[in-house]
Design a protein around this ligand. Sequence first.
Ligand code: NAD
Length: 442
Amino acid sequence: MPERVSNHSTSSTPATENLNSYDIAQQQFDTAAQYVPELPAGLRDWLRGTMRLLKVEFPIECDDGTVKIFSGYRALHSRVRGPGKGGIRYHPEVSADEVRALASWMTWKCAVADIPFGGAKGGVICNPKELSRNELRKVTRRFITELGDSIGPHTDIPAPDMNTDAEVMAWIYDTYDMMHSGKNNLPVVTGKPLTMGGSLGRREATARGCLFVTRRAIEQGAVPGLQSLRGARVAIQGFGNAGSYSAELFAEAGAKIVAVSDSTGAVKADKGIDPKAAFAHKKQSGSVVGLPGSTTITNNDLLHIDCDILIPAAFENQIRSDNVAGVKAKVIAEAANGPTTPAADKALFQRGIPVLPDILVNSGGVTVSYFEWVQNIENEHWSEQRVNEYLREKMEAATDAVLQMQLEIKDRNGVSVDLRTAAFALAIKRVTSVALVRGIWP
Ligand code: NAD
């Protein structure tokens, strides 16, 4: 189970900035939608909102015999391009607005990656650290039962997110299969264990996608002052799934990892950090701090370190109006969802520092989830090489399409927009074209 993190960093954040994720998602949509003239007003209002939001409440008998009530949500943002797709998160701060924001980002992410899914997201308000494995299994089974036929292999397909892992996905599959026996139900959920229909390459997919997008953007000249990944100095915030595999894959590609962090602190080493050694040290001590050959710094220092590539890979609202001025990186590659606020986006754009946006950079995870879904439908198992090669093609095509959209907006409107706006405009355009060709039901 991944380490649990707070995704709402409210303690050190300025009151002047609105950090509500759903407001931010809608603001990003509004900024980009003005560059998609073919989007009619009514459709725009629909895509700005949430198609469906379910709230369920259910009791669980705990190990000590007491009964506790849990609340959970599942938001479906859009099914225009295909079934809803999105993770299930277990966290005390899960809220309706959070799942609605994350569900809409999933729609735009799947459209940027050009995979035939819409957007969804879910979560249960709970603290998994306070629940036994048996209680977590009961929460999962009951939550999935309450969602009933609102999820399904061709309607809405869950996946892992914060604090949910392959074993939780196996429970989701098993519960759904008990309720719908006699069919191939494997494609109802992705991120499953390898022994149970999971895909090779899914574990590293988010980081590998981040690598492919960043390398392509550099090769295409989108990062002023940086010609190659080889020798580039990389700082990574967060050392979980996205962060630790990014460290490993960027180092393998010839970059130098100069700083890493986790919830306990940060370390730097000008000569470079060996990701495998950092991983082993964290596994043994529970922290990256104390890694031999490194110097301890604060988490905020990490964001301000002198580096070429900064990869936020922890959670939302990390680069904000109050700390953006200190950022020295030549490019930011958002492995996390929503790490940069709109005010910080604006400041970075003014300084000429490109932000490779989350809906592009971390789309490798859902792309390999899509490969898993295809393999499940076909009852196939692809080789890891096939998964990674197909992922590279998808990520490079998506990067090129976002860069092209940035140029098109400039040509058509005479304005320069940042890459997030270009990525959103590309996604909105793709969703709009399908919505218009399908027509409005009935
Ligand atoms: P994870 O739980 O595996 O790792 C999170 C890491 O962040 C941990 O190492 C934790 O210690 C660290 N962290 C917490 N607070 C921190 C702080 N203040 N400073 C520095 N580090 C801190 O989670 P993950 O799966 O790697 O997800 C990270 C981000 O990537 C999330 O925003 C998630 O939505 C996004 N993402 C993940 C995937 C995926 O496939 N795992 C896909 C798309 C997007």
